[in-house]
Every structure is written in C-alpha cells, then in structure tokens.
Design a protein around this ligand. Structure first.
Ligand SMILES: Nc1ncnc2c1ncn2[C@@H]1O[C@H](COP(=O)(O)OP(=O)(O)O)[C@@H](O)[C@H]1O
Ligand SMILES: [Mg+2]
Length: 293
C-alpha cells in the first residue's frame, strides 16, 4: 500500500459559505483566484497508480475549483476511470496526494441499480443514517422521475435508470460529482435530455463536476474546462470561454472542437456535423443557460 492521503480541502467545507455560496458560485469559476492558495474542490499532487508494474497514472497533477465543471477526455485505456475511482475513494492503492471534499458522489455508465430494491430504496442505498423515503422522492422529483419511485429497476428505460442513478448521487448533496461516461449507453435523443439534466442540476446545486466522456461536443457543451489525459498525466487543458447557452454553429465552437480532436489525434471534419440527431442539436444542454435561475 502506497502513501495515500484522502481528505477534505478546507475551502469546500459547508461551514465556509464565503467560498461556496449556497446558490453556487456567483459569477462562475473563471472569476476564482488562481494559484496554490485558491479554493479547490479537488487537489491532486504527484498521483501515481501502478498496475502490475505499469504506471497508468504517473505523477499526475490536477486542481478543480469549487463549482467548476470539468470534462476529461482521453483515449480508451489511458486511465480516466482509474483517476475517477481514486477521486471517489474507491481505489486507495496510490502514491501522492489526493484531496477531495467529504461529500462526493459518483455515477457510472451503467446505473448499477439493485434489481431487488424499488427505485426509491436504490436511491437511498449506502446513505448514512436512516434517511426517510421523502429524501429519495425529492431527489427523484429533481431528476423528473418522481412518478417511478416505487417501480422496479428492470421496468425502467435506459434514460430513466440513468436518472435514478443521478438521483442516488444527488441525495448525497455532493460538493463533488464524479461522472464516468454517464451518457455512453444512451440513445442520441435520451442522451441530449440527460446532458441537459446534468447541466441544470449543476447550475442548481453549484457543485464541482468531473465528467469523463469520449464525446468532444459533449465536453464543449457542458464544461468550463476540458482536460485531455495521456501517458498518465493531464497532457492538455483548455478553458472554454464560450458564453452559455452554447451555440454549436459559433465558429469558435468549431475551432475548439477541431483543436480538441487534434489533441486526441483525430482528424477533424472541416464542417460542422449535419443536423442529424447528435449530441449537439438545438435541444442540447446549450439551451440551458448557466446563469438562469
Ligand atoms: N484493477 C486493474 N488491474 C489491472 N489493470 C487495470 C485495472 N484497472 C484498470 N487497469 C488498466 O489501467 C488502464 C487504464 O484503465 P481505465 O482507467 O479503465 O481507462 P479508461 O477509463 O481511460 O478507458 C488500462 O490499461 C486498464 O487495463
Ligand atoms: Mg473508463
């Protein structure tokens, strides 16, 4: 077992409202002070994770600001899920420092619902204390699933199951929400709705989000900052200074898309994709302005 340090970074404590207002960051993370003393939701220093003698994560550095929405891209197998699992506290066989908020929640591509428990009981699974059913139902209502509270998981559609999984994350009232390709298994239209929901929840809750995705457009639609992981480190990062709602027909969107695809070693198409039902349509989360009430 290597050195490991999981803990809470002071500024994200709920008792310090000056750092994170109850209604989320006032003017967005771009206004947060930079530097080592700046408030952080995540601070990772010199993180290494080795499997069978191979460093999948190799002295990685990462800071996520309170309330910041960060998307993490990278080739399959580059270590994104490994990093997420470490931040979630699910993997502690590490070297280096990992500081995360006490309250964090994770949702995976597979909703991981227990088939023998009704939806509302799934939402409360693993929660400390003895939270009442009303707690689960509030979270289910927030994700638009209040009417399926007593359903069995196998009767849910893929999109509904994923929303139940999000409700299970929300009842933890996380300061950090970790999402590992949560929309990866959804069809295109359901995926757009799920992206929109995550954008809305983020605005409302004001928590930091780290979203692992393989979809460059999804990253550009949702994130304040996009990271590319490669060779065990954050090899590239890009602040996405585009206003919300984001407009995929904006030439700057296309430029960023091409830049990120280039970083990923993918040859970017010269024109925006056709108006087929992709993740980037008018119904996308771009329709969900960050600063809306
Ligand atoms: N428990 C494990 N034991 C051995 N190797 C693992 C384990 N977990 C992940 N790996 C390896 O670490 C690398 C990164 O995996 P992962 O983080 O899942 O990649 P990504 O999410 O970026 O696709 C892969 O080569 C994978 O096979
Ligand atoms: Mg993965």
């Amino acid at each position: 077992m290597a050195t490991e340090l999981h803990g809470q970074i002071g500024p994200v404590e709920k008792e310090t409202p000056a750092e994170i207002p109850a209604d989320g960051p006032a003017d967005g993370p771009a206004d947060a002070p930079a530097g080592p003393d700046a408030p952080a939701a995540v601070r990772v220093h010199g993180l290494t994770r080795t499997f069978d003698g191979r460093a999948v994560i190799d002295r990685l550095e990462l800071t996520v600001r309170p309330g910041e929405f960060v998307a993490l891209l990278g080739h399959s197998g580059c270590g994104k899920s490994t990093l997420l699992r470490i931040l979630a506290g699910l993997d502690r066989e590490i070297e280096g420092e990992v500081l995360v908020p006490r309250t964090k929640a994770v949702a995976f591509q597979s909703p991981r619902l227990m088939p023998w428990k009704r939806v509302w009981r799934n939402v409360l699974l693993g929660l400390p204390g003895r939270p009442g059913r009303a707690v689960a139902e509030r979270a289910l209502a927030e994700v638009g699933l209040g009417h399926r509270s007593t359903a069995w998981p196998k009767t849910l559609s893929g999109g509904e199951a994923q929303r139940a999984s999000l409700a299970r994350a929300l009842v933890r009232e996380p300061d950090l929400l970790l999402l590992d390709e949560p929309f990866g298994a959804l069809d295109a239209l359901t995926r757009i709705k799920a992206q929109q929901l995550v954008a809305e929840l983020w605005q409302r809750r004001g928590c930091a989000v780290l979203l692992v995705t393989h979809d460059v457009e999804e990253a550009l639609l949702l994130a304040d900052r996009v990271l590319v992981m490669d060779h065990g480190v954050i090899a590239y990062e890009r602040e996405i200074g585009l206003d919300r709602p984001r407009d995929i027909s904006d030439p700057r969107f296309a430029e960023l898309r091409a830049e990120l695809l280039d970083r990923l070693g993918v040859v970017a198409p010269t024109a925006a994709p056709p108006a087929a039902p992709t993740t980037a349509t008018a119904a996308s989360p771009a329709a969900s302005p960050r600063k809306a009430a």
